[in-house]
Write a protein that binds this ligand. Structure first.
Ligand code: BDR
Ligand code: CA
Length: 323
């Protein structure tokens, strides 16, 4: 089983990813660290507690960074995920649960030290928690087994600027720290997440099958999310991109992806702020500062088996995992 810490800003596709992780037999979610992004970090923590508890899981949740490492904070995009991050739920059932008494970054470091070489970080949000954890424990890349990010784009246009993907754009300084830290790092970016489109009817069918508050909550949130996507991309129908869940699909089924290795850096200011740039060939004849050959490489997902991913998401969320 992959021992996972899930770093997230729930968020509709984050909720989908969380439920995939809880449902998949090869994943053990040890803890969740929350972060600003789709919502404020306060709302992200509340949502992480809510989503886990209604599904019947008492997973620890650590409250993460409220703002980016360096750039001024932005405003959460309530029109995409809802002001509450879950499609504006009309009412929430009461839940018990409280965040850990350490920060998200401290939680990551504590767990990495407790399970050296065993932890996988799956991060699907702005990367300040990972950046702060690297500052607390510079040896973190050696203690962590693997990092999988939903972040960035190399070949596909950005989704918040012509070149920037939202998670990177929201904290480019943290992202650049993460891409250059030297861990076993895989990037699942828009290059593949924009290929995997999930219709709202897919979640209607799952909710009909499972008939559980967790699945009807996800179904509601997905409908809100699909309203947004179908307005800007009508050719998709009432559907959304699979974004965050694909980081977990990669973790359990890497054979469904084609990756390319190369150094990835992030532009941290100017008009290209948040751009993820990849040195695909590693043959720069006169490498300039920042592109030295010894900089660590990232495995970047370039292609994906779309049908197999959708089948795996369907069978996993449709399995008997809800308590
Ligand atoms: C990413 O941005 C967030 O809005 C989504 O949750 C996902 O992590 C996609 O660019
Ligand atoms: Ca996210």
């Amino acid at each position: 089983k992959h021992k996972v810490i899930f770093d997230t800003d729930p968020g509709v596709d984050d909720a989908m990813a969380l439920y995939f992780a809880l449902a998949h037999p090869d994943i053990e979610v040890l803890g969740i660290t929350t972060i600003f992004g789709n919502v404020t970090v306060e709302q992200a923590t509340e949502n992480a507690l809510y989503l886990t508890r209604i599904a019947g899981y008492e997973i620890p949740v650590a409250h993460g960074a409220p703002v980016p490492l360096a750039k001024p904070p932005g405003t959460p995009p309530g029109f995409i995920h809802g002001d509450d991050g879950l499609g504006n739920l009309t009412k929430r059932s009461p839940i018990k649960g409280q965040a850990e008494n350490c920060s998200g970054a401290e939680y990551i470091v504590k767990m990495a030290r407790a399970y050296p070489g065993e932890i996988t970080l799956v991060a699907v949000a702005p990367l300040a928690n990972l950046g702060l954890a690297l500052k607390i424990e510079p040896n973190l890349p050696k203690l962590i087994k693997q990092v999988v990010l939903m972040a960035g784009t190399v070949t596909e246009p950005g989704n918040v600027s012509p070149v920037a993907e939202a998670n990177v754009w929201n904290d480019p300084d943290a992202a650049d720290l993460v891409f250059t830290a030297g861990w076993n790092l895989t990037m699942v970016g828009l290059d593949v997440t924009h290929r995997v489109v999930l219709p709202s009817s897919f979640f209607d069918a799952l909710a009909a099958k499972q008939n559980h508050l967790a699945m009807t909550t996800l179904q509601h949130a997905v409908h809100f999310y699909c309203n947004f996507y179908s307005a800007i991309r009508p050719e998709l129908g009432h559907a959304c991109f699979a974004h965050d869940v694909l980081a977990f699909v990669y973790l359990v089924a890497p054979e469904l992806f084609k990756t390319q290795e190369g150094r990835v850096r992030v532009a941290t200011d100017g008009i290209a702020n948040g751009q993820t740039m990849m040195d695909k060939h590693g043959k720069l004849f006169y490498p300039q500062p920042g592109w030295e050959p010894e900089k660590p490489v990232t495995h970047v997902c370039m292609q994906v088996d779309v049908d197999a991913c959708i089948k795996l998401i369907d069978s996993t969320l449709g399995s008997a995992w809800l308590k």
